[in-house]
Write a new protein. Structure first.
Lengths: 443, 140
């Protein structure tokens, strides 16, 4: 199994502090030799370490804007969250036109594909009542989290591609019909609010290969676009193909809104998402139809590649969508099959501590024995986020007992006692010193 | 080297915010130990139901969990009011929960029936005025 992450460490800037190890929701980061290291298979690309790092040492991975030059014909796939970044935006066409002006040859709105996904989701939910509650598959971090930690919930995930992926395959088809160019000359470029999408492209779940060729950051495109945003253009061709339903996918509750059901919950922020999944696993709310989960606060508007405060972005989006039609894109007679995931999502038990039950029992016993030994301060000085995590690391061979500075202090203390003993031995003779020996335990 | 893992949890009466902590902890440990998702689901749901019963009806209590290579045993013991008619209590929908508890979404009369549904073995011993002990086994 291949594991990718979309976080890169600037080792010069990393101070080896405990901020990221403490914040990581899957305890995927350790400080080793003074630098933060990600345990790749644990990482779900939620972006929390990027947000928290006070030294800006955690950098999201994505493609630079000049990637456009690699292709003869490029199609921009703007994420719906892009619209929420601008002040006083009255018309999404202004944004789409600006994308053409900065060098893209065409645009295909992800919000338009999102409306198709909403329509197919409505049908799927109606036809599969027995599998409810349904979990959205749109947030790649959430899907990755479920895959490694909530095996019982995999069957609840709606097996549809995320809107960006659907947009990419439709845009590719459109571009090749329009230009007649071979596939490698066409660049399908997603303008993303989050680096998790980079991983979703490089190492997709449920499909063999992504149709997205490159992922650029909203925060890189934004300043370039600003110079080309203008209301004063004469009436031009209408580019926008999405309405309220499509653009609302960018904020928490938006996808649920597109399902036209009141029976849903929408949770945002990865810790909240985990709480909801835990409760869902215990069947605390079997009666709900739909569970919308977004790793970022506020939904995609809270992604680490955006520029605006997520809640301000949400307010801007609500202003923009006020006079929009409900929806502009429909499935019609299109074959919905390509929108579905081709492969089943498989459970990957990355946190497993033993090859079989016998081994696991021994490992678990060792972990709790170690936990009793540690001070339970969860200070992070050993490089692991908690004492328990250190115990798990030791059992899986990733760390050493003396990585705990408190235990180490105990050893040093003992050692100095031994030196004192040796000292008194030389001063007062063996008999005197040996009477104290029983108090000192040598480990 | 020990052959089983033994875990002990104290359950506090009427503390709804903490209800589910014990079953949640067992759930995460079982997952780490590589127990099949289906067995984890059974233990988690059955134990949670038992735990919430202790919180609501029994004035708290103590849960003993033992994980062996072949099974998980959960013993939920309380010193609560006891169950008068166990057979009746096992009926789906039968409930003594007061309105304030029902309004919180609990007390639907599915507690014991759900424990039975999600366990491979279940035993209820109860004495009115002395307490109840529910034993659950899930085979691995």
């Amino acid at each position: 199994m291949k594991f990718n992450n979309s976080v890169h460490l600037d080792t010069e800037k990393c101070k080896g502090c405990i901020n990221c190890i403490k914040r990581c929701p899957t305890q995927a980061i350790r400080v080793r030799n003074g630098k933060a290291v990600i345990i790749k298979e644990f990482c779900i690309d939620c972006g929390e370490c990027i947000r928290i790092c006070p030294h800006h040492a955690k950098l999201p991975i994505y493609d630079p804007l000049p990637v456009l030059d690699d292709y003869e014909y490029t199609v921009a796939l703007p994420a719906p969250s892009l619209y929420s970044q601008f002040n006083n935006l009255d018309d999404t066409d202004i944004v789409l036109r600006a994308l053409l002006k900065i060098g893209f040859d065409n645009v295909y709105e992800v919000s338009s594909a999102a409306e198709l996904v909403s329509e197919i989701s409505r049908r799927y939910i109606a036809e599969n009542e027995d599998k409810k509650p349904f979990i959205s598959s749109a947030c790649p971090s959430v899907v990755r989290l479920i895959r490694i930690r909530f095996p019982n919930l995999i069957e609840h995930i709606i097996p549809l591609s995320a809107p960006a992926e659907v947009a990419a395959s439709l845009a590719r088809k459109m571009a090749s019909e329009k230009t007649g160019l071979p596939p490698d000359k066409i660049g399908i470029i997603f303008i993303s609010p989050c680096p998790a999408k980079v991983t979703a492209v490089k190492n997709p779940i449920g499909i063999e290969k992504s149709d997205i060729d490159a992922v650029v950051a909203i925060k890189d495109v934004y300043p370039v676009m600003l110079n080309h945003m203008s209301h004063s253009d004469a009436v031009l061709e209408e580019l926008s193909a999405s309405g309220k339903i499509g653009v609302s996918w960018s904020r928490s509750g938006g996808e649920a809104g597109g399902l036209l059901t009141d029976s849903y919950l929408a949770a945002d922020g990865i810790e909240n998402v985990i709480k909801v999944l835990e409760d869902m696993e215990d069947q605390k709310f079997p009666d709900l139809n739909f569970i919308e989960l977004n790793a970022c606060f506020g939904g995609c508007v809270g992604g680490t590649l955006t520029v605006e405060n997520p809640y301000v972005a949400k307010a801007k989006l609500d202003r923009l969508r006020k006079y929009m039609p409900v929806s502009k894109s429909r499935i019609g007679d299109m074959n919905p099959e390509p929108l579905f995931l081709q492969d089943k999502i498989e459970y990957i038990p990355v946190f497993k501590i033993g090859a079989d039950m016998k081994e696991s029992i021994a490992a678990m016993a060792k972990i709790s024995e170690l936990c009793d030994k540690f001070p339970g301060l969860d200070c992070g000085s050993c490089g692991a986020p908690t004492c328990r995590a250190l115990a798990e690391d030791i059992v899986s061979g990733r760390a050493n007992e003396r990585d705990c500075i408190h235990l180490l202090r105990g050893y040093i203390h003992q050692l100095s006692e031994q030196f004192n003993l040796l000292d008194s031995y030389t001063k007062h003779g063996a008999a005197d010193a040996l009477s104290n020996v029983s108090d000192v335990k040598v480990e | 080297m020990s052959k089983t893992i033994k875990l002990v949890y104290e359950v506090t009466a009427d503390d709804f915010t903490r209800a589910g902590e014990a079953s949640g902890d067992v759930k995460s440990k079982l997952k780490m130990m590589g127990v099949s998702p289906e067995a984890v689901r059974k233990v988690a749901i059955a134990m949670y139901e038992g735990e919430i019963n202790m919180v609501i009806h029994a004035g708290g209590g103590r849960i003993d969990v033992e994980i062996s290579e072949s099974e998980v045993t959960v013993v939920l013991a309380d010193k609560g009011p006891g169950i008068e008619d166990i057979e009746q209590a096992m009926q789906a929908g039968w409930s003594t929960a007061p309105d304030n508890v029902r309004s919180l979404g609990f007390g639907a009369g599915m507690g014991l029936p759900n424990i039975k549904k999600y366990s491979d073995f279940m035993d209820v011993k109860s004495q009115v005025g002395a307490g109840t002990t529910v034993t659950i086994k899930v085979l691995l």
